[in-house]
Ligand binder design. Structure first.
Ligand code: ADE
Length: 233
C-alpha cells in the first residue's frame, strides 16, 4: 500500500524523516517528496507549503503521481474551542473553508454551487486513531476544523468562525486536502496538535510551540501508520 503523509511546513514533517531515516528524494511540481520503503509498503512524505492551493497541489500529486491510496495530514492548528490547550491532539471529522464567501448571492459561508460547506474525513481512519489513542493513553478530540488562507490572530474572527462553522480548531490546509481526497475517492485523515489560541498572542505562541506541537502530531501519525498496516495483514 502507498500511504501519503503530508504536512504544510518543514517542521511538520521533520520528525517523520528523522524517524524513518532512509528515503529517496523525488523532486516534482516544485516540491520535494520523500519516498520511504516500509516493509512491503511505501510512504510518501511531503510538506506542501502553507495555504489551500499549495495543499491541493501536493494532495493531487500524492494521489495521481505517487498512487497513494490513503492520505494522512499531520501538523499544528489554532484552538477555537476554549477547551483546547497547547499540545492537545485534534482529529477533524469534517472541514469547511471559512474564507470561501459568496454570501452576496444568498449562499451560506463556505459554500459554492455543486459543492458543500463541509467535507468529511474517513470514519475508518478516525476509528483506527481512537484505538491508537487508547493504546498510547493519549487524549484525542474529534472536532470540526475550519480552513482558510489566513493566519488567525484575532478573537473576533475566531468567534465568528466558531459560530458560523461550529469549529473547534482552525488551520490553513485541511479542507483543501480533504476536498481533493473526496473528489478522487481517497480516504483522508487530518490530525493537528494545538500551537496557539488564534488570538492576539497567536503569532508569538505559534513560533514558540510549532516544533513541539508538530512533533506530538507526527509521533501519533507514526503509530497510526503501523496500525493501518497491521490491519491490512
Ligand atoms: N495554524 C496554527 N495556528 C494557526 C492560526 N492561528 N491561524 C491559522 N492557521 C494556524
Amino acid at each position: 500500500m502507498n500511504i501519503a503523509i503530508m504536512g504544510a511546513m518543514p517542521e511538520e514533517i521533520e520528525p517523520l524523516l528523522v524517524h524513518y531515516k532512509e528515503y529517496k528524494l523525488v523532486e516534482y511540481a516544485k516540491n520535494s517528496f520523500y519516498v520511504v520503503k516500509y516493509n512491503e509498503h511505501t510512504l510518501v512524505i511531503a510538506y506542501s507549503k502553507i495555504g489551500k492551493v499549495n495543499a491541493a497541489i501536493t494532495a493531487v500529486t500524492m494521489i495521481e503521481k505517487f498512487n497513494c491510496e490513503k492520505l494522512l495530514f499531520s501538523g499544528v492548528a489554532g484552538a477555537v474551542s476554549d477547551e483546547l490547550q497547547i499540545g492537545d491532539l485534534v482529529v477533524a471529522t469534517k472541514l469547511a473553508q471559512h474564507d470561501l464567501d459568496i454570501s452576496a448571492f444568498g449562499h451560506p459561508f463556505g459554500y459554492v454551487p455543486e459543492g458543500s460547506v463541509y467535507e468529511k474525513t474517513d470514519k475508518r481512519l478516525i476509528d483506527i486513531a481512537k484505538e491508537v489513542a487508547i493504546e498510547k493513553k493519549l487524549s484525542l478530540k474529534e472536532t470540526i476544523i475550519a480552513t482558510g488562507d489566513q493566519f488567525v490572530c484575532d478573537s473576533n474572527r475566531k468567534q465568528w468562525i466558531e459560530k458560523t462553522f461550529d469549529a473547534g480548531a482552525l488551520e490553513m490546509e485541511g479542507a483543501a486536502v480533504v476536498l481533493v481526497c473526496n473528489a478522487l475517492d481517497v480516504p483522508s485523515f487530518i490530525l493537528r496538535s494545538i500551537s496557539d489560541a488564534a488570538d492576539m498572542d497567536a503569532g508569538f505562541d505559534f513560533d514558540k510551540f510549532l516544533e513541539s506541537s508538530a512533533k506530538i502530531s507526527a509521533d501519533f501519525i507514526i503509530s497510526m501508520v503501523d496500525k493501518i498496516i497491521d490491519k491490512t495483514k
